[in-house]
Design a protein around this ligand. Structure first.
Ligand code: UTP
Length: 227
């Protein structure tokens, strides 16, 4: 059975208010995908992480501590998705990639959050994809692909439907790296994907049909990164 790794942005699973119905829909989609693929899902911290990171930074906490708060939020969101998946998934999010790979021998779907400070769950998901030899890496995020600039800030930003790993690295390296920084994909993840030449699909996670198509390897609306 082939393996897919999905990085589910926290902004998808846990925006301002969490929509339990949407969480159930994502779980249903992952369950159906798991009939054809071994599925690993790495969940981001979303608004919860951002709130704690912003408050912590205002208090004067260091970046390492802020990252640790973010990680706690990702694991809480992972628990929510696990609750929605029931018996199909591991009961507790593993704290590192090796443990996740081991859980993959036992469960149809493995769900985890962050690991250590210094990167985001995109990077965790990219490392996990390397570790488990994934066929493809899907980044379910809040925008519908890779743009030449942040489309939320720059109205001249253009969507790129197909790009190389090197081009992706050039685009994401323009963003900052502090705790809670938002970009289509974290630069650390982009570097991991580049070195392994992992096929990467960027899709708007709110559009469940598109996300499902990307997970299943069908035609979808978004961007494809390959070299
Ligand atoms: P996210 O993975 O959610 O990052 O982790 P993000 O890019 O800010 O947000 P979305 O979900 O894609 O919108 C939240 C924060 O937790 C810390 C980082 O500070 C990150 O910004 N984190 C997360 C880590 O330090 N290590 C991890 O392995 C994961």
């Amino acid at each position: 059975m082939e393996t897919v790794v999905v990085s589910i942005g926290g902004s998808i699973l846990a925006p301002e208010a969490i929509d339990p119905e949407f969480v159930m829909k994502i779980a249903k989609m992952l369950k159906s995908a798991s009939k054809k693929f071994k599925v690993y899902a790495v969940v981001g911290g979303g608004k919860t992480a951002r709130k704690y990171i912003d408050a912590g930074r205002a208090i004067g906490a260091d970046e390492f501590t802020l990252d640790d708060m973010g990680i706690a939020a990702t694991r809480m969101n992972a628990r929510l998705l696990i609750a929605a998946l029931g018996e199909s998934a591991n009961p507790v999010p593993p704290e590192d990639v090796n443990d996740a790979a081991v859980l993959g021998k036992k469960y149809e779907i493995v769900v985890m959050g962050g690991t250590v400070p210094g990167h985001t769950t995109d990077a965790v998901a990219a490392s996990l994809a390397e570790k488990v030899g994934a066929k493809r890496f899907i980044n379910a995020t809040s925008i519908d692909g890779v743009y030449t600039a942040d489309p939320k800030k720059d109205k001249n930003a253009k969507k790129i439907e197909t790009l190389t790993h090197k081009e992706l690295m050039e685009i994401v390296s323009k963003n900052g790296m502090g705790a809670g920084v938002n970009s289509v994909i974290d630069p650390v993840a982009a570097l991991i994907l580049f070195r392994s030449k992992l096929e990467t699909l960027v899709v708007n996670g709110y559009e469940l049909k598109e996300l499902e198509s990307a997970v299943m390897g069908k035609k979808f609306k978004g961007s494809i990164i390959k070299s």
